[in-house]
Design a protein around this ligand. Structure first.
Ligand SMILES: Cc1cc2nc3c(=O)[nH]c(=O)nc-3n(C[C@H](O)[C@H](O)[C@H](O)COP(=O)(O)O)c2cc1C
Length: 182
């Protein structure tokens, strides 16, 4: 069982890193970090080193296994997803491995979770997200959550990570599920 994770050049690279670390014990993880993501990681002080169990591909590796639908995946997640990558995916442009893996996920009808990080959103961003949603992607913005009374940024991240895992079909205990009011 394998998952693909793409980390692109939007703020919040740490969220993608934490997703990879969460998936490593349960599955093979094919990972691609774009050149812009390395730049953002440096500016956010995030270290991009991973333990065993990760297949790390450069964005130029369009011959990687995940470039083909014949290499079966349980799902793909692009975390964070820049507006640049969003636009290219929405137009069907597969100019790097992240965009190609997303394109394959859509054509194969595998879960594709996109975690866009930009605010405010312009009409082009919104149109691109609508196109991708209509093509089958799940648009999962990392919105702030208050109802679990988070004290630290990790707790807010846990909620978003848990939502991503829900859509990838992975069991987790990253947040407490709502069971109805008292
Ligand atoms: C420090 C830094 C932070 C950035 N933050 C964002 C962001 O939050 N959202 C976004 O869409 N683009 C952001 N960008 C711009 C993207 O990195 C840029 O559009 C890039 O071309 C995206 O490339 P990629 O999609 O191939 O990773 C940021 C760039 C830098 C240098």
């Amino acid at each position: 069982m394998a998952y693909f994770v793409g980390i692109t050049g939007a703020s919040g690279v740490r969220l993608g890193v934490r997703l990879v670390e969460t998936l490593i014990p349960i599955a093979d993880v094919h990972l691609c970090i774009t050149r812009s993501a390395y730049q953002v990681a440096m500016s956010e002080g995030v270290e991009l080193s991973f333990s065993e169990g990760v297949f790390l591909w450069p964005e130029e590796a369009l011959d990687a296994p995940v470039s083909s639908g014949s290499f079966r995946l349980k799902g793909c997640a692009i975390v964070p997803c820049s507006m640049g990558t969003m636009g290219r995916m929405a137009s069907g442009v597969s100019s790097n491995l992240v965009e190609r893996a997303a394109d394959v996920a859509l054509k194969e009808r595998w879960p594709l979770i996109l975690v866009p990080r930009e605010t405010p959103l312009n009409a082009i961003h919104l149109k691109n997200m609508l196109s991708l949603c209509q093509a089958g992607a799940v648009i999962l913005p990392p919105v702030l959550t208050y109802y679990h009374s988070p004290k630290m940024i990790e707790e807010m991240e846990n909620f978003i990570l848990g939502k991503i895992l829900d859509h990838l079909g992975v069991e987790h205990a990253l947040f407490r599920r709502w069971k109805g009011g008292d």
